[in-house]
Every structure is written in C-alpha cells, then in structure tokens.
Design a protein around this ligand. Structure first.
Ligand code: BTN
Length: 263
C-alpha cells in the first residue's frame, strides 16, 4: 500500500467564493490530469474543477511532446473552465499570467513569458501549459493543464539542465508545493473571474513577453516563418512582421530567437 500523503488537501475550502479550485481532486499517480479533467467535463462537471497529480505516466506537452516529471517534486495540474466563446482563445494567457504572478511571490528572479505558453526564469523554462478546448452540449470548455517545476533538481538531469529550471534551482532550497498551489489557484481565479483582469489580460501578459521587438523564427510542422515579433493580438495570436512588412497572425508554433551575426 502507498504511504503518499495529499499535500494539497483542504485547499478548496480556503476561499469558499472562488470558481477555480471549487473542487480539487488529487491523484498520487495518473496518466494525465488533462485527460482526467476532460473525462469529468464529459459527464457534466461544473467549471472550477482542479485535478492535481504527484506523478503522470502519460503527461503530454505541446507539439505532441511528452511531459515528464519525478514523483512528488513538482506541480502537475489541470483546471476545467467553461468560458464564453470570446474568452476561450485567451485561456492560455490566463494560465501563463497566473503562473508568472505566482512565481513572482516565490523568487526574486524576474519571470518572463515566451509565446505561446512557456513561463521562463534565468533564461530557462520553469513552466508550460497545454490548453485543450472544445464544445459539448454544456457549451465551450477549456482544460488548462500546467506543469510548474517547483523542486526539480535541474542540475541532476543533464538532458534538461541547460533548458529547464525550477524554484528550487533558482532559490537553492525546496519550496512548499502546497503554498505555490494555493497562490496559483487564487491568481488564476482572480484573473478568470474579474472583468477588469480579463480586460487587461493581453496587455498584462504582453508586458512580460520576452521576444517583443526581437528577430525570431517560428516553426510549426515543416514550416518556418522568420520576422520580428511585434506582440500578440486580443486573442493571443503572435504578430510577426516578415521582411516584406507583412504582419502574420500565428496561432501555434515554436519560437526560437535568431542570434545576430557577430561579424
Ligand atoms: C508544454 O510546455 O509543452 C506544456 C506542458 C504541459 C504539461 C502539463 S502537466 C499537467 C497537464 N497534464 C498533461 O498531460 N499535460 C499538462
């Protein structure tokens, strides 16, 4: 029998009025919290459900990648929301901004965003979100699945040490996952449920975007587009100005910064 304890127990009762975290389900291990939230959505779960796991055996990232994690070190969770059709495309921004604001409270290192869903600190990725959305009889739904590196020892994993970081790596000491989660739920709830916060979401998010004004490549599948990142539009699409001055609005892709020629 497992002796794992649920570090997140009781978090839903901390703010009885909140939408996000209205019900919290914790799994010691599951395939993917996004799948769990989706299954709950399919049987009519109201918005606000949060599914957290200590381990995922089939964690998914963007662009068909896997999201791997070590038991009990980090935060892996998915939130079921039922936004309006107008707000649906903004859900990745809600996730990213909530994570960035949360991390501000736990590290002195500046926290930035990389389009479309990465949260970064010290030039490395600390969090990513996979937002899966659609519609059903109950209307639109969005599953905001997020992984946050909290106590990952990035240096102990050479395959990711150059590209990933964690709060522990930044601060040199373990951080309470419960406290990070408590703050995350409250930040996400504040943004999602407030007209004022939703109205300034794109500008608040863009203010942290690290590639603004830079020359970048955006890849998706076998395609690649080169240009200057000008910002995001009001639905979170990246505005990329190419050499001919044409502005492209991109919904998905992988951004790499073009290194300037030193010659
Ligand atoms: C990315 O950066 O590619 C997105 C990673 C998203 C990972 C999270 S962990 C919780 C949720 N469940 C999943 O299977 N994926 C997301």
């Amino acid at each position: 029998m497992s002796d794992a304890t649920n570090e997140f127990e009781g978090l839903e009762s901390l703010d009885g009025r909140a939408v996000v975290g209205r019900r919290i389900v914790w799994h010691e291990s599951t395939e993917s919290t996004n799948d769990d939230a989706r299954q709950a959505s399919d049987v009519g779960e109201p918005e606000g459900l949060v599914v957290i796991a200590d381990l995922q055996t089939k964690g998914r990232g963007r662009m068909s990648r896997t999201w791997t994690s070590i038991m009990g070190r980090d935060i892996l969770f998915s939130v079921l929301l039922r936004p309006s059709s107008a707000d649906l495309p903004k859900m990745p921004l809600v996730a990213g901004l909530a994570v960035a604001r949360t991390l501000d409270a736990f590290t002195e290192t500046p926290v930035t965003l990389k389009w479309p869903n990465d949260v970064r600190a010290a030039d490395r990725k600390i969090s990513g979100s996979l937002v899966e959305s659609g519609s059903s009889d109950a209307g639109y739904y969005a599953i905001l699945g997020t992984g946050v590196n909290v106590n990952l020892d990035a240096a102990a994993h050479p395959e990711i040490s150059e590209i990933a970081t964690s709060l522990r790596t930044l601060n040199g000491a373990d951080v309470s996952r419960r406290e990070v989660m408590r703050r995350l739920l409250s930040e996400m709830d504040q943004i999602y449920t407030s007209k004022e916060h939703m109205a300034t979401l794109v500008s608040d998010w863009s203010a942290r975007l690290e590639t603004i004004g830079q020359e970048i490549d955006v890849r998706w599948g076998d395609d690649i587009l080169h240009g200057i990142a000008e910002g995001v539009d009001d639905t979170g699409r990246l505005l990329l100005r190419d050499r001919d001055g044409e502005v492209h609005r991109l919904e998905a892709g992988e951004v790499t910064t073009v290194l300037s020629d030193p010659s």
